[in-house]
Design a binder for this molecule. Structure first.
Ligand code: TMP
Length: 210
């Protein structure tokens, strides 16, 4: 695989989708061929699984079912979209990847992190983004942004303490892998945040040239 794999991560309302779109344009302007995608999703089958996961009809879903479904959606996403794009040498920018599973199902739901890691090995074969940008924001601000945008799916409706655990989870993952994960404060306006995201991308590109 010769492409570049980049993920954006963060809690609800951290602005990942907007920043992913800006970042895709940024890389295109530098002459890269870019594939922009998102989890759970990216393929017809993965989008079907997304519907199951996020429907507020499915409040009875067990944490283990949830974990397996996120992984199932990821297997299909890698096979159909991510791996072929990386093989072509493209830049793949995904809104969420494995770190979301560790943060939400591990830190948020309390599933054993070792189990999460074993499943991740099966699902991804340890495919890891070369760069992960963690958009960090206070839970109160993120949830307020999402409610203003009328986003209320099954996970967004979880209590505030769940989202606090998820945020802490992301920060713990980032502390463990400072080489891969760069934390960007996304509490300010869109332009200020995008400048920080571009700076993180530039710093990463410099490490490739070094
Ligand atoms: P989105 O709102 O960013 O599209 O993500 C969908 C929801 O799924 C969001 O609440 C985060 C959650 N999620 C997990 O709980 N585990 C995962 O592995 C992924 C990819 C997303």
């Amino acid at each position: 695989m010769s492409g570049l794999f980049i993920s954006l991560e963060g809690i609800e309302g951290s602005g990942k989708s907007t920043q992913a779109a800006f970042l895709a344009d940024y890389f295109r302007a530098k002459g890269f061929s870019v594939v922009r995608t998102a989890e759970p999703g990216g393929t017809r089958i993965s989008l079907g699984i997304r519907e199951l996961l996020l429907s507020t009809d499915n409040t009875g879903m067990t944490p283990l079912t949830e974990l397996l479904l996120y992984n199932a959606a990821r297997v299909q996403h890698i096979r159909e979209v991510i791996a072929p794009a990386l093989d072509r040498g493209d830049v793949v920018i995904t809104d969420r990847f494995s770190d979301s599973t560790t943060a939400y199902q591990g830190y948020g739901r309390g599933i054993d992190l070792k189990l999460i890691d074993s499943l991740d090995l099966i699902a991804t074969g340890r495919l890891r983004p070369h760069l992960t940008i963690l958009l960090d924001v206070a839970v109160a601000i993120g949830l307020k942004r999402n409610r203003a945008a009328n986003k209320t799916d099954r996970l967004e409706l979880e209590e505030v303490s769940f989202h606090e655990r998820v945020r802490k989870g992301f920060l713990s993952i980032a502390a463990e892998e400072p080489g891969r994960i760069r934390i960007v404060d996304c509490s300010g306006d869109l332009e200020a945040v995008s400048r920080r995201v571009y700076a993180a991308a530039d710093a990463f590109l410099c490490t490739l040239r070094a």
